[in-house]
Design a protein around this ligand. Structure first.
Ligand SMILES: Cc1cc2nc3c(=O)[nH]c(=O)nc-3n(C[C@H](O)[C@H](O)[C@H](O)COP(=O)(O)O)c2cc1C
Length: 172
């Protein structure tokens, strides 16, 4: 066993998905990678997204009160790389990589094609969590593709998901 105590280095020893978060302001579309999003309630179905205050995405969601979430499939690593390493401040990410979209039904930000799942979210709450803003989104529409596999993010790198483990539920 090699257990290391290091409060800073330990931060990257979590494992997450990567969402492509879409937002629209004044007719311009942005897309940002976010590993910090999660389902936060079943009924209502809520998704929380944690966005740094310096991100253009923060400004756009804060101003408009809506955002799209597309959970990356494992063939979208390059899109996650581009959306997460370039800012709308200086780049049109839709010109840097082939982000294909389909229209949302209830919100302006479009959905990204090729994801394992997509959600249209209306912001119902916003609060500060340390150096990030938490946006709580009520899901107005959800889509999924059962043939896709999720992109996994661990220690700063993208991974494929591993094999599943077979456990029976003990009391069924
Ligand atoms: C894999 C990955 C995950 C990321 N997760 C988050 C996140 O959860 N929250 C956040 O604020 N930034 C996150 N980032 C950083 C933003 O995606 C990055 O700063 C982006 O350039 C912001 O774009 P914008 O300024 O156009 O909004 C992540 C970056 C990568 C590569």
């Amino acid at each position: 066993m090699v257990r290391v105590e290091d409060i800073n280095a330990s931060q990257s020893y979590t494992t997450t998905t990567v969402a492509l978060v879409t937002s629209v302001l004044d007719g311009s579309i942005n897309v940002m990678s976010a590993e910090w999003t999660l389902r936060a309630s079943i009924d209502d179905f809520l998704i929380a997204a944690f966005v740094g205050y310096e991100r253009e995405t923060y400004r756009m969601i804060h101003s408009t009160g809506e955002f799209g979430i597309g959970y990356c499939s494992d063939d979208q690593g390059y899109l996650a790389h581009v959306a997460g390493n370039y800012s709308f401040k200086s780049y049109d990410k839709f010109k840097l990589a082939e982000f294909k979209t389909f229209p949302s039904k209830h919100i302006k930000p479009p959905m990204i094609e090729g994801c394992i799942s997509n959600f249209e979210c209306l912001v119902i709450d916003e609060f500060r969590t340390g150096d990030h803003a938490a946006f709580i989104g009520k899901v107005l529409a959800g889509y999924y593709d059962s043939e896709k596999k999720p992109l996994v993010f661990h220690r700063g790198k993208f991974h494929h998901i591993g094999g599943r483990m077979e456990y029976d539920r003990p009391f069924d």
